[in-house]
Design a binder for this molecule. Structure first.
Ligand code: NOJ
Length: 499
């Protein structure tokens, strides 16, 4: 299981109201207690923060708001001592407009770095093509001094790097080496499906309408670039890993980014973020993933991250549903990614207009993590960059640790049960017949077997299961099995053996 840390919101140790790397290091014991195998840390590199770190102005240094390079080294060493692997968030598609490469590229049409980015003439007064940026508007900005447009698939402060230029490839590979040499275990790679581009930058079909480019850009040039990245990462000792954000909507398209086992180790698949909370909806998601990824592309599972509403909020706010979702997330075939705070059952913060800071309206899920019940909730100040999530006075680590029936203890139990079962870790998944409101599947290896049942409904439901089974864990605080699920209950069954 990979736990996503959004460092701005994890824990502040300095009193500026923004989380930092020493804050992450200070809670490794908690992550170890929870049963986390690896953390993915969202960007902490130098950045003007137009997109809160996804606009990087120096890939080889830590932004002062998060600490220093020494803090990053210390975090890595301490995580490894705790048995936790560390994935960094590498942003290859774009830099900040304040990155020295772009500053130089922008300075003149004859700059040696002009071709490190996409500069084009417009079509009369219009942009060079019809691509739309992810956060609205055209994906081109006109630069008065040199009278050309530059491409940015996100904010104007995030110009796209030209990966068609070998010097860019070399410079970005050097960034990977810089961090691999320091001992990182791999990378979550931001919108990696965007790096290959046809240098002609042709219009997208007009019949697609004004949809943003990010969800449809699928250029074959990216695959060769990924193979080079994979070779570089694999040349390091140990099991270094890449998980790429491929923000396409078709699982079959995502599949191609695994290559023949020579591109990404794993790719995100955001299908579950749009899945309705119904047994039929989830049956379909599992069928699509199994069919379209096949045997060779190892799936990933994401219910929440720093770009979307927390799933508790998205699915209606109930504790029962978030507990059942925990059982689902941690028992599917593939690697689960858990966004910080999901283990506490957090909901999105309600952010009043005057405190909104994100250009894409994602503040709610990025609220600070409450560690204690005091007014500053364990942070160095109560005056945090975003407001606390709802019920922080009771939904916090301190309180939930003290309650054996809390969702926090459920997550810990699920992770322990997963670790102990080869069937849950890497076994096959087989969907089983079940009543309408229930999703049922078997996870199995030749020597190990578990059955998972999830009741999406609000009523008790009988579920006939052949053979003898007992409840290993339930989303309710007491695990029991007598052939029926309670409302919104999810259980993991294991074969019953007498004695
Ligand atoms: C995806 C990241 O998850 C998101 O937070 C960011 O805004 C865009 N990529 C641009 O880097």
């Amino acid at each position: 299981m990979v736990y996503q840390i959004y460092p701005r919101s994890f824990l502040d140790t300095t009193g500026d109201g923004i989380g930092d790397l020493p804050g992450v290091a200070a809670r490794l014991a908690y992550l170890r207690w929870l049963g986390v195998d690896a953390v993915w840390v969202s960007p902490f590199f130098r950045s003007p923060m137009a997109d809160f770190g996804y606009d990087i102005s120096d890939y080889r240094d830590v932004d002062p708001v998060f600490g220093t390079l020494d803090d990053a080294d210390h975090l890595l060493a301490a995580a490894h001592t705790a048995g936790i692997r560390v994935l960094l968030d590498w942003v290859p598609n774009h830099t900040s407009d304040q990155h020295p490469w772009f500053v130089e590229s922008r300075s003149s049409r004859h700059s040696p770095k002009r071709d490190w980015y996409y500069w084009r003439d417009g079509r009369n007064a219009a942009p060079p093509n019809n691509w739309r940026a992810a956060f609205g508007g055209p994906s081109w900005t006109f630069d008065e001094p040199t009278q050309q447009w530059y491409l940015h698939l996100f904010l104007p402060q995030q110009p796209d790097l030209n990966w068609g230029n070998p010097a860019v490839v070399g410079a970005m590979h050097a960034v990977l080496r810089f961090w691999l040499d320091r001992g990182v275990d791999g990378f979550r790679i931001d919108v990696v499906h965007l790096i290959g581009k046809d240098p002609a930058l042709p219009d997208q079909p007009v019949e697609l309408g004004p949809i943003d480019r990010v969800g449809i850009h699928d250029d074959p040039r990216t695959h060769a670039l990924l193979r080079q990245i994979r070779r570089l990462v694999d040349s390091y000792p140990g099991d270094r890993v890449t998980v790429g954000e491929v923000n396409l909507h078709q699982t079959s398209a995502i599949r191609s980014y695994y290559g023949a086992g020579d591109e990404l180790h794993m790719a995100f698949n955001f299908l579950p973020l749009a899945a309705p909370w119904t047994a039929a909806g989830w049956r379909e998601v599992i069928e699509v993933v199994e069919r379209d990824l096949g045997r060779d592309a190892w799936p990933t599972w994401v219910l929440s991250n720093h770009d979307s509403s927390r799933h508790r909020t998205r699915l209606g706010g109930s504790e029962g549903v978030s507990r059942a979702a925990a059982v689902l997330l941690l028992t599917l075939r593939g690697t689960p990614f858990l966004f910080q705070g999901e283990e506490l059952g957090l909901e999105d913060a309600v952010v009043p207009p005057e405190r909104r800071v994100d250009p894409a309206g994602r503040d709610g899920c990025r609220a600070p993590i409450p560690w204690t019940r005091t007014s500053a909730h364990g942070w160095a100040t109560a005056d945090t960059w975003l407001p606390w999530p709802p019920y922080a006075e009771s939904r916090n680590v301190e309180d939930e640790l003290s309650q054996p029936g809390s969702i926090l203890h459920l997550y810990r139990r699920l992770l322990a049960v997963r670790r102990a079962s080869p069937a849950l870790r890497h076994g096959d998944i087989t969907l089983l017949d079940a009543p309408d409101a229930v999703l049922a599947y078997r996870r199995s290896t030749h020597a190990d077997e578990r059955i998972v049942l999830v009741n999406f409904g609000d009523a008790r439901v009988d579920v006939p299961v052949n053979g003898h089974w007992k409840a290993l864990v339930s989303s309710y605080p007491d695990a029991r099995w007598s052939g029926a699920l309670r409302p919104r209950e999810a259980v993991i069954l294991q074969p019953y053996t007498a004695g």
